[in-house]
Ligand binder design. Structure first.
Ligand SMILES: Cc1cc2nc3c(=O)[nH]c(=O)nc-3n(C[C@H](O)[C@H](O)[C@H](O)COP(=O)(O)OP(=O)(O)OC[C@H]3O[C@@H](n4cnc5c(N)ncnc54)[C@H](O)[C@@H]3O)c2cc1C
Length: 397
């Protein structure tokens, strides 16, 4: 007989980290529930560009870093899931593009020739010419080079909807101020319900709440691990735009511009613009930033007709493990200390590695799948699905 209100694991946060972990734990036989304070699909997850990186973009500086090594396996691991043959079945998730492109402008192309010819790069990408190129690079006015990377781009609303379809029965909506955490006994949660105080006993907490991990750690009286935020100012362009999934090579290791597209109607798409333009844009206000985005597209793709395109800008922070100097961490981070696992994926693409590490931490702590009973949680509402950023825009400029 199972004891009421006892589960093996309580996960906080329903972004990619929490949803993937919930799915893996339940598949492994653990009784696990996920508590979400906002919407399933999270804050960063639904705002991401959906690229399952294989590390090529990080090798742009010419040096192979730890990040390049760690991320190299990710596209295949995700492709297995998308084919229904991996650790999760994501065969119903829509893939926006099976590959993405790197393009160089005329000036930078020759400088990078040696790099592209390197053995590492030859195995990861191939030059494409003529009709093989995506539409914007078929213009006679384009003088640079285009390379294809075998790295897929996912439809994130469809990924989130599918994970919610599979795992929604284990996900519950909470108001953080109504959840009491006990630093002396982290597995003992008290949730204020309309009917009274519900005690939920877990063997382990998993904090997968993105930027929310900081407040949860504070509630638990923990000073570590420490988190950092790296702000971005993303741009969106909406109108009669072709489908494009491409990074423009810049002078630094970070792409000058990363474009992903989301089709809205037959002749309408949203372009999501990231890369260096989003990093440097954090000091600009919305109007200045949109002007900078227009100027960047006019400089890089001057033959593109942007007359019927409208624009929006949106600020968002990446939440990650703190690093010296606030640099981008090389990989995902999972920290296990006295009944609490704290995790940040750093990249959506790393969610499978994060979940594998959570399972490993549970095994190392001697926590085995047991019987749980969380029927009392049924009185809690279910979290809604997060909306993609272009659906949240009130005014397009
Ligand atoms: C603009 C942008 C573009 C990106 N593009 C890419 C990309 O193309 N490819 C890639 O691999 N990565 C990309 N990333 C990185 C990727 O999005 C993140 O690493 C990943 O989504 C983080 O997932 P998460 O689950 O940790 O956090 P989130 O998605 O932020 O989810 C955290 C969840 O926790 C909830 N929460 C917070 N506090 C609490 C609480 N107290 N209790 C319960 N729940 C709580 C939040 O409501 C939220 O739902 C991008 C990031 C950004 C910002």
């Amino acid at each position: 007989m199972s004891t009421p209100n006892v589960v093996d694991v309580v996960i906080f946060g329903g972004g990619i980290a929490g949803l993937w972990t919930l799915a893996r734990l339940r598949r492994a036989g653990y009784s696990a529930v996920l508590l979400e304070s906002g919407a399933l699909g999270g804050i960063q997850t639904i705002a991401a560009q959906g690229i399952i990186h294989g590390g090529t973009k990080y090798a742009l500086s010419g040096a192979v870093s730890d990040a390049t090594q760690a991320i190299g396996d990710m596209p295949q691991r995700w492709r297995n899931c998308l084919a229904g043959e991996g650790e999760l079945d994501l065969s119903r998730v829509r893939v926006l593009s099976r590959h993405q492109y790197l393009w160089s402008t005329e000036g930078i192309g020759s400088r990078m020739t040696g790099f592209f010819a390197s053995k590492l790069m030859r195995s990861r990408m191939s030059a494409v010419d003529g009709a093989e190129r995506p539409e914007p690079f078929q213009s006679a006015a384009f003088k640079g080079s285009v390379y294809r990377l075998e790295e897929p781009v996912l439809d994130l609303p469809s990924l989130v909807a599918e994970l919610a379809r599979q795992q929604g029965d284990g996900c519950f909506s909470i108001q953080p101020e109504r959840v009491q955490l006990d630093p002396a006994d982290p597995g003992c949660l008290k949730i204020e319900m309309p009917t009274g105080l519900l005690t939920l006993q877990a063997q382990q907490l998993v904090l997968a709440a993105g930027a929310g991990n900081q407040a949860l750690l504070k509630k638990l009286g923990r000073k570590t691990p420490q988190m950092q935020r790296r702000p971005l100012h993303m741009l969106m362009a909406r109108g009669p735009l072709p489908r494009l999934y491409a990074h423009c090579l810049g002078a630094s290791a970070n792409p000058r511009l990363t474009i992903t597209s989301y089709p809205l109607a037959e002749n309408e798409a949203v372009w999501h613009l990231g890369g260096q333009v989003a990093e440097s844009g954090v000091t600009r206000d919305e109007i200045e930033h949109i002007a900078a985005g227009k100027a960047e597209l006019a400089a890089l793709l001057p033959w593109l007709d942007l007359n019927d395109v409208s624009w929006a800008a949106r600020r968002i922070d990446r939440a990650e493990i703190a690093t010296p100097g606030g640099k981008r961490p090389d990989s995902w981070h999972v920290d296990s200390q006295q009944g609490v696992i704290t995790a940040w994926p750093t990249k959506l693409a790393f969610a499978p590695c994060l979940a594998t590490d959570v399972l490993r931490c549970l095994e190392q702590s001697g926590i085995k799948p047991g019987n749980g009973d969380c029927t009392a949680l049924a009185d809690l509402p279910r979290p809604p699905l997060a909306q993609p950023p272009w659906n949240e825009v009130k005014i397009w400029n």
